[in-house]
Design a protein around this ligand. Structure first.
Ligand SMILES: Cc1cc2nc3c(=O)[nH]c(=O)nc-3n(C[C@H](O)[C@H](O)[C@H](O)COP(=O)(O)OP(=O)(O)OC[C@H]3O[C@@H](n4cnc5c(N)ncnc54)[C@H](O)[C@@H]3O)c2cc1C
Length: 481
């Protein structure tokens, strides 16, 4: 179908107001936060902004009939080109559909439409003393739909887990326009083991199996107290040993973060007033719960940390906690400033490593950086092994870009070799699918089978999550624009 005809048909389904097709509008949908998107423009043929299940279904029926690719999009904060129309076609922007339909306090759950922004949801839930625990760094921008599609999490995943643990059910529009509800059509149950777990199939499927149009989320009571402990290490190897000591003592902190020497240096250069000590590593523990248990656990973690760290400080005073956390809070921004002529790139940024290999991974990443002459700032969630690496390059210099691509490839392969994964939070999108066979082996063929069963024409977010080898049927835009 020609682009003009497609726009005309979409207007007849959704009305003029929900279609964007001017060049400038389309350009603003051609990026996300990934390095790949910085160097490539993936401009869709048309953008639609539906705000009802019916509208989504009608668009999908049209796309299915004509074999036109559809890419769902939330806030576009992803770091993998996931929400970009790499094969052209329709981008379906769900960010404007941001209704909190019901807070069912008695059943500890909330029902939302996909465009609700994570931070806004938790602000709304605070009045009930409840919260949705996953906490991505992009909380103020990202949508709950994007979080479900990416199975997002954050530094508190160590205690609270990832988005998947909270999704009780979903409404999904399948590629052919059919609408299903997972987790029980009328269910408000928190526990449910009837039928296959289709909810889990869609969570983390990155928009390649259908469009998520409604989400039923489990809520948790908000903890009443919080404390922060900072431990400073002259020896990098000692830091993960403290983490293990804490677990062995039966304590589960809500966050355990590490800054290695590269991150400490970056923070001090960015904000000298923070003045972090010159050390091999800094650990930050966050403890939450009821006031008495937080006090007890804080004292116990202090005692354990002192056995290995050069200096330890624990506080429950809000002002001091913010000061202790400051270095971690600015690490990502600091990484972006370590070179006047360069910037941090979001690539190879999200490896997940077994706990007992985190130190080795940090040392190896340093070596890989040296090999290519590229500075890499390392920090992350040491409590669950999710290491964030921030290569800093001049993205305008093709020779540096070439070296960076090799460095990123080695970082991803190192993660797999150490028994980890290429991504702990940000997903695969169009930037990591080449590692799928290496990571998943024969299980990848089952993924292809599921994809083909639900999306035989390959129109749903083609070019993402699955590698080309089984993706030959993927649709590309046939709009002739
Ligand atoms: C500064 C910064 C910090 C970040 N920190 C974290 C972090 O701590 N943890 C973390 O996990 N991620 C993090 N991210 C990555 C990103 O913010 C998350 O993956 C986020 O959940 C994406 O939400 P979004 O609304 O922006 O989705 P988008 O980027 O728009 O889309 C992401 C993927 O979801 C699909 N999708 C979106 N909505 C739907 C839907 N309704 N139905 C089907 N598919 C859909 C898209 O097709 C795409 O594949 C960070 C990003 C930035 C820029």
């Amino acid at each position: 179908m020609q682009a003009e005809q497609l726009v005309k048909e979409l207007k007849s389904i959704l009305g003029e107001d929900k279609i964007l097709h001017e060049k400038l509008d389309l350009l603003s949908y051609s990026y996300d936060s990934s390095f790949k998107a910085r160097n490539n423009r993936y401009v869709p043929d048309v953008v639609v902004t539906p705000t009802s299940t019916e509208e989504v279904s009608k668009v999908m029926r049209l796309a299915y009939e004509h074999g036109i690719p559809v890419t769902p999009r939330g806030a576009g904060t992803g770091e993998t080109c996931g929400a970009l129309a790499v094969n052209g076609g329709i981008v379906m922007d769900l960010a404007t559909w941001d209704t909190i339909e019901e807070v069912d306090v008695e059943n500890m759950q909330v029902h939302v439409r996909p465009g609700v922004v994570h931070a806004e949801l938790n602000k709304h839930l605070a009045q009930y003393g409840l919260f949705f625990p996953p906490d991505p760094g992009s909380s103020a921008m990202c949508t709950v739909g994007g979080m479900v599609a990416n199975n997002s999490s954050g530094l508190r995943a160590v205690k609270y887990g990832t988005t998947e643990q909270y999704v009780l059910g979903l409404e999904v529009v399948l590629p052919n326009g059919e609408v299903i509800t997972t987790g029980g059509v009328n269910s408000r149950a928190i526990k449910n083991v009837s039928g296959m777990n289709l909810t889990k199939l869609f969570v983390g499927s990155e928009g390649i199996l259908g469009v998520i149009t409604k989400i039923r989320l489990r809520l948790w009571p908000k903890p009443k107290a919080r404390g922060i402990l900072m431990a400073i290490y002259d020896d990098l190897e000692a830091a993960p040993k403290t983490v293990l000591d804490v677990y062995k003592a039966g304590i589960l902190p809500s966050g355990i973060e590490i800054l290695d020497s590269s991150a400490i240096k970056a923070v001090n250069e960015f904000k000298p007033e923070i003045n972090l000590p010159d050390a091999e590593a800094i650990l930050l523990f966050e403890l939450d719960g009821n006031p008495a248990s937080v006090e007890w656990e804080g004292k116990e973690v202090s005692r354990l940390a002192k056995q290995r760290a050069a200096k330890v400080e624990w506080s429950t005073d809000p002002k001091r906690m913010a000061e202790l956390w400051q270095g971690r809070a600015v690490t990502a921004s600091a990484a972006a400033r370590v070179r006047a002529d360069g910037s941090r790139i979001f690539a190879g940024e999200d490896i997940s490593i077994p706990l007992n290999k985190v130190t080795e991974s940090l040392r190896r990443i340093k070596e890989i950086g040296k090999k290519y002459g590229i500075g890499v700032v390392n920090y992350g969630h040491i409590g669950d092994g999710n290491v964030h690496t921030a290569p800093v390059i001049n993205p305008e210099d093709p020779a540096e870009v070439d070296k960076a691509n090799k460095l990123i490839d080695e970082i991803h392969r190192t993660a797999i070799e150490l028994g980890g994964s290429t991504t702990g939070e940000h997903g695969v999108g169009a930037v990591r699918s080449q590692y799928a066979r290496l990571e998943h082996g024969a299980a990848l063929d089952v993924m292809f089978t599921i994809k083909k069963a639900l999306d035989p024409k390959g129109i749903m977010n083609p070019g993402k999550l699955l590698p080309e080898e089984g993706n030959n049927h993927a649709a590309s835009a046939s709009t002739g624009s």
